[in-house]
Write a protein that binds this ligand. Structure first.
Ligand code: NI
Length: 129
């Protein structure tokens, strides 16, 4: 599966943006508020890799406790797929558990995404082309 981006959990999205820009990344989007993830989200690229910064905005955001636990750190790889229901069902049969419904993501112009988990590799995300 082709990788779309690496998701990075951060406490302060502005500080993280500055640090990635210092590493040669360029901003690829504005900072979006995603009401489903209750997080501020933005994208950066260095031409090869796309990084998504995710800042939990409130204590009831799904990633709030995870950020507190692991600190500022990568936490998911997002894979592209053509038919998200199909891929979702295939991965489910292979032991990945859904962490969310398939939802439309504000930061992806409404493209459908979902998160899944497998103990051996942690969190993955799917985004439909
Ligand atoms: Ni992501």
């Amino acid at each position: 599966m082709e990788i779309h981006h690496i998701g990075y959990l951060v406490k302060n999205i502005d500080k993280a943006l500055t640090s990635f820009i210092n590493l040669g990344f360029k901003s690829e989007s504005k900072v979006y508020y995603d009401p489903i993830q209750k997080s501020n989200i933005t994208f950066l690229s260095n031409g090869t890799y796309l990084i998504e910064l995710v800042e939990p905005a409130t204590e009831d955001a799904i990633t709030f406790n995870l950020q507190k636990k692991i600190g500022n750190s990568p936490y998911h790889i997002c894979y592209k797929c053509n038919d998200i229901e199909n891929t979702f069902n295939e991965l489910r049969e292979k032991g990945f558990s859904p962490m969310s419904e398939i939802v439309n993501a504000v930061a992806f112009e409404g493209k459908r995404i979902c998160f899944m988990f497998k103990k051996d590799i942690g969190i993955i995300e799917l985004v439909e082309n």
